[in-house]
Design a protein around this ligand. Structure first.
Ligand SMILES: [Zn+2]
Ligand SMILES: [Zn+2]
Length: 589
């Protein structure tokens, strides 16, 4: 009845037996992933006989088997035991022969011969069995592994042509790359040499195995030649690397492991991952330009969107006619103030380039910043008929494929510990070309009207019967955050004594911003009041005044109306929050 498109869910690498994740180890025979219960290390005696790994890092490492392969192994080990029993039996027979030889030389000789022969044959069987079991698998190696990186690149172009055109972001298909830098050294060469010696071929190419790479998390990668699934083989041949050369080998050989991929389904980010909004600063005589860079929430997991780590590059190109850059600055808090490079481009254009902008508070989840604004003042005038262009690249934590981690497993199936954990990230790289024609008629709206505000300040303040304290301020800012307002700062002036000895004047300054679409609307709230104390630490009563000013740039009537509504919205919110705290209402209600 309903037309419902069901999208295939990206699979996650899980235990082959019980389906649990994360994966604890891999079976080093069939490489099936398993939990702690279903892929287990071999018992000590089996390891002693089979000696599956050798050299530093592998000789004492646990050897992992799944249920199926452990069963097969136990069987061969069982046969080995049977042959060992024959060896012992034969030896006993031979000893009996030596004892009997004095009584009856013929019987003694027969016993000695059959016992000795069967012991010898059985012994050879055991050796050959063990050797065969070992050489059936590739030589287990353990190359050094550094710089484990998985990077997905999201490239695109933002355009806004002349008047009337729409803001557009066109994205290219996501490109992913997994890379690790391996180095084969002396111990690996020794392992290959021993295998050749055992096989009695000193220069033959022998296959080796360096384990597996496991990509954890939802596997939203389109499978292909380079990546066939979440578990990737690290197999090869001794002929591939100079370090395994029998003659004159180097002390080590680097191996750059690199696999490229695309996504199973392209991400749906209709509005684009980053928004660029220029505006000519109102009241600047057209000397000021602000460039707002805002990133939106996106990613395969709605509850855990990608998080911006750093804007690696912000480059703005503009006409030479605008003159020199007088001043520039970032209007938002950043981890470290970046340096700017200014220069001339071709075709009558110049540029300013900022590198490594780290927005503050990226670690804290609640107060996560979602934009930075670059403000520039030019010696000449900004012409609204002109076009700006440039590029922004950003590094974000998380991936679009869903992959959350990269884990290395050694050739015996155990998890490898890395010096530095894998870097799993997305790089956003957007070019932009934006005509200022669309923002030509921009003006500034301040609510309440500035002239009225100056002439009669108090008439624009709302008064509440609540004590002006931290509690009231926190209640208000919490309510604002819940409603999508970004509170930039809350500053409290030290309390001052009032008209009477038991009265105190309090003052808070709250500033912040809310986005309506891509347009920022700034607000400024001044909360003042008097508290009355009578001996105790807590004030017994007080009165709080709240004055709100809302400011925003607009290009059309609708936007202007939005700013006016924003003022009303904030006023209603204040009334609802502080009105509820008022003792008057709580008594009556
Ligand atoms: Zn399991
Ligand atoms: Zn197995």
């Amino acid at each position: 009845m309903w037309d419902v498109a069901i999208e295939p869910r990206a699979s996650v690498a899980r235990c082959y037996e019980c389906g649990s994740s994360p994966v604890f180890a891999l079976c080093h025979h069939c490489w099936r992933p398993g939990c702690k219960k279903h892929v287990r290390p071999s018992p000590r005696w089996a390891r002693k006989i089979l000696r599956e790994g050798s050299g530093p890092g592998l000789a004492k490492a646990p050897v992992y088997h799944c249920g199926g392969c452990a069963h097969g192994k136990a069987l061969t080990a069982g046969t080995t035991w049977r042959w060992l029993v024959i060896v012992l039996g034969g030896a006993a027979l031979a000893v009996a022969g030596i004892v009997t030889v004095r009584l009856s030389p013929t019987v003694g000789a027969i016993l000695l011969l059959t016992g000795g022969l069967s012991a010898l044959v059985a012994m050879l069987h055991v050796w050959r069995g063990v050797a065969r079991a070992r050489t059936a698998l590739p030589v287990p190696l353990l190359p050094k592994a550094v710089d484990v990186e998985l990077t997905e690149e999201l490239r695109g172009e933002i355009t806004l042509e002349g008047e009337g055109d729409e803001y557009r972001t066109v994205l290219d298909p996501v490109k992913g790359e997994l890379s690790v830098r391996f180095t084969f050294g002396g111990p690996d060469r020794e392992r290959v040499r021993r295998r050749r010696k055992r096989a009695r071929t000193h220069d033959a190419a022998v296959p080796w195995c360096a384990g597996r790479i496991l990509l954890s998390g939802p596997f939203g990668i389109r499978t292909g030649d380079e990546i066939a699934g979440p578990i990737l083989p690290l197999d090869g041949n001794s002929g591939d690397h100079a370090v395994f050369r029998p003659l004159d080998p180097p002390s080590s050989s680097p191996w750059k492991y690199r696999r490229r991929y695309e996504l199973r389904t392209e991400p749906k980010i209709a509005s684009g991952p980053i928004w660029i909004t220029p505006s000519i600063v109102p009241d600047s005589g057209r000397h000021g330009l602000e460039l707002d860079v805002q990133w939106v929430k996106f990613g395969p997991d709605e509850d855990k969107p990608l998080s911006l780590r750093m804007i690696e590059l912000l480059r703005l190109e503009f006409p030479v006619r605008w003159g020199e850059i007088h001043t520039w600055g970032l209007l938002d808090e950043v981890g470290t103030q970046p340096r700017a490079t200014v220069g001339l481009g071709g075709e009558g254009r110049q540029f300013i380039e900022l590198k490594r902008i780290t927005p503050a508070d990226q670690e804290k989840d609640e107060a996560r910043t979602t934009h930075v604004t670059l403000a520039i003042r030019f010696s000449g005038q900004v012409d609204p008929g002109d076009e700006i262009s440039g590029r922004v690249t950003a590094k974000m934590g998380g991936t679009l494929s869903g992959v959350t981690g990269v884990t290395l497993f050694n050739s015996l199936g155990g998890r490898r510990a890395l010096g530095r954990s894998a870097s799993v990230k997305t790089r956003v790289d957007l070019g932009f070309r934006i005509s200022l024609a669309n923002i030509r008629y921009q003006a500034l709206r301040v609510d309440p009207d500035r002239a009225a505000e100056d002439s009669n300040r108090d008439s624009y303040a709302d008064t509440f019967d609540v004590v002006p304290d931290d509690e009231a301020v926190i209640a208000l800012t919490n309510a604002m955050s819940e409603e999508g307002y970004y509170v930039k700062h809350v500053i409290e002036n030290p309390p001052r004594s009032g008209r009477r000895a038991n009265e105190f004047q309090r003052y808070w300054d709250i500033k912040g911003r809310r986005y309506v679409g891509v347009y920022p609307v700034d607000f400024h709230i001044i909360l003042t009041g008097e508290e009355v104390r009578s001996g105790g630490i807590r004030p017994e009563r007080g009165a709080t005044k709240v004055r709100i000013v809302v400011k925003g740039a607009y290009t059309d009537d609708e936007m202007e109306r939005t700013i006016r509504e924003e003022y009303k919205r904030l006023r209603d919110l204040t009334e609802a929050t502080l009105g509820r705290k008022s003792p008057m209402t709580s008594e009556t209600g």
